[in-house]
Structures are given as C-alpha cells and as structure tokens.
Design a protein around this ligand. Structure first.
Ligand code: RIB
Ligand code: CA
Length: 315
C-alpha cells in the first residue's frame, strides 16, 4: 500500500543515518516530492552537515535540489555533537567529496517560510531527523505559517526504549530540548519515530552486503552506513547489529502500513538534571492533556530495511 505523493522538506544533520534517509527520499519520487533540504548542527557541526547535504544531493544525482544551512547551535544549550558516532566527516565509512556546487545560503528558516508561503494549505510535510532548532525557529519567527504545515514527521525521543545519550534522553531531543519543547507544543500533527521504534529496525552485515551488491554506485558507496559505527556502544542489539533511525521517517511516508502508532500526550523535559531532553509520554492519560502526537510504537524492521535497499539501489 502506498500513500498519495508527499511534498516534503527534510531537515537533517547528516550524519550517517540521515544520509540513508536523504537517498531513500530522492529514490522514491512516486511517493515523495522532496522540495528541499535544510541542514542543522547536530551529529557534527553545521559546516559539516551542510557540506554533507550538498555532497549527497550531487552523489544521488540531484545537483539542483535546494539545500540551505540553518542553525549552527541549539536555542539555549551549547552545541554537543555526536562525532564519536558519526566520525569527523559525519559520514564515517563513506568517501566524501567536496560538493562541486558553491555554497548557496545560510537561510534555512527563510527557505522554510518562503516555501510554506508559496504552498497551499496542508501541502507541505516537514520531516525532521536532527535537533529541532530550525523548526522551532520557524515556529517562533513565523507562527502564522505553522497552520500551513500538513504534519511534522520527527525522528526523535524515546519512552519504553530508554535514551541513547542519557538514560532518559534520545540525541536529537537532548541536543536541543528547548527547540523540541517548542515543536511538540506547536499544535501541528506530529508523527514521532523515537527509539521505541527505531530499535526495531536493526541492520546486520547482511543488509549492508545486500545493498552493496545491488549494482548501483550510490548503493555501493552508502552501504557502509548500514554497518555499526566505530564509536557505537558494543553490541546492545546483538553482534554487528545497529539501529537505523532516520530512514524510518521516509519509510513511514512510503509504507505507513509497516508501522503502528498510538495517539498520546508527549511533553519534553527542558530542565532536569538527570532527565534533560526526556520525552515524557502519558501512556495512561493521567495528565488529562490532549494527545499532541502519534507515537510510532512498532515497525516491521526487515521490511523497512528491504524498502531502503530496494529504493537506494535505484539511484
Ligand atoms: O538518536 C538518533 C538520532 O540522532 C538520529 O537522527 C541520528 O542521526 C542522530 O541525529
Ligand atoms: Ca539525524
């Protein structure tokens, strides 16, 4: 089952799994009209995420895709990257070339605003797979445009899975909890792919080998991204297994039937000593708060990985 075509803007911090999400989106033009990419600081500093987004559009054969740089740091916190996990290049395992196209713009929020202004109501879906700083800045600077967004598909947060940066917090929300709090309260429909579901999408060496063996040059060059990163934490998921986070958002847009969701009220902790960045999910409705998110609870992990492979093999 596929859905009607989704016109999206992808906000990201490439980042190893972000790169797979970008390629998967570009390879899925029947379901996804990728209008443009906005880069944010997160896994690695902004100049690297911006460089990588521009490199990936050229690698995938879309040199004219708009790519704009956004926030170089979180709203309040200092920037803390995940270079240990993604490498200094942000794409550890991939041979990265300097993009041929010159730097275009550092105005991601302006690009988001202009695209929304020019679009019809409920036409644009924002897919956010890094810290939510750019999306929060849009909500703060241009609140009147938020109503034009169809939905915001987020990779971030964790509840039953526990955190991956602290026991309570997932990286994207922990990196900029104040931005996440703004976005989770912005009033637009949220589809949240947290660690609860991404930990069900576990790549093994055979998945990387299959992607590399599909014959496509992009697939061959990005296949190492399905291997665990050098800095990953041992084998919490079993030998050589690693969760593939960001592509879950793209798979959702193509095949929502591969996932299950629950409508819940979610709050973001933006102060706690031990719980900073926690996404507090009210599973039993004890707060009386109206649901503000569809929390993705289950995925058919093998089917998601097969979809990723089949799509990227087309590039
Ligand atoms: O916690 C996983 C998330 O943090 C992914 O988006 C990964 O790219 C990092 O940004
Ligand atoms: Ca990311």
């Amino acid at each position: 089952m596929s859905t009607s075509r989704n016109r999206i803007i992808l906000d990201c911090d490439p980042g190893r799994d972000d790169a797979l999400a970008i390629a998967m989106a570009l390879a899925s033009s029947a379901e996804i009209d990728l209008a443009g990419i906005t880069a944010v600081a997160g896994n690695v500093p902004l100049e690297v995420t911006y460089r990588n987004a521009r490199f990936l559009r050229e690698l995938c054969g879309f040199p004219d895709l708009p790519v704009h740089a956004g926030a170089a740091r979180p709203l309040v916190r200092e920037l803390e990257t995940a270079t240990r996990h993604h490498g200094e290049s942000g794409l550890e395992g991939v041979e990265v070339e300097m993009p041929a196209r010159p730097i275009e713009s550092h105005r991601a929020v302006g690009y988001l605003a202009e695209t929304l202004e020019a679009s019809g109501d409920q036409e644009i879906t924002l897919v956010a797979i890094g810290p939510l700083t750019n999306i929060a800045l849009l909500a703060v600077e241009r609140p009147e445009l938020m109503a034009k967004i169809r939905e915001i598909v987020v990779m971030g947060g964790a509840s039953t899975a526990g955190g991956n940066v602290t026991p309570a917090a997932e990286f994207n929300v922990w990196a900029d909890p104040h931005a996440a709090a703004v976005v989770f309260e912005c009033g637009r429909p949220l589809i949240v792919h947290g660690l609860d579901v991404t930990h069900q999408v576990l790549a093994a060496p055979r998945h990387a080998e299959r992607l590399a063996g599909t014959g496509g040059e992009v697939a061959r060059r990005l296949a190492p991204l399905l291997h665990p990163a050098a800095g990953s934490r041992g084998d919490r998921f079993g030998p050589d297994r690693s969760p593939i986070h960001d592509p879950c958002t793209i798979a959702w847009l193509i095949r929502p039937d591969l996932f299950a969701t629950e409508s819940v009220a979610v709050a973001v902790e933006s102060e706690g000593t031990h719980t900073l960045g926690e996404t507090v999910v009210d599973w039993w409705g004890v707060t009386g708060r109206a649901p503000n998110a569809r929390w993705v609870t289950e995925a058919d992990g093998e089917a998601v990985l097969a979809l990723l492979t089949d799509r990227i093999a087309k590039l």
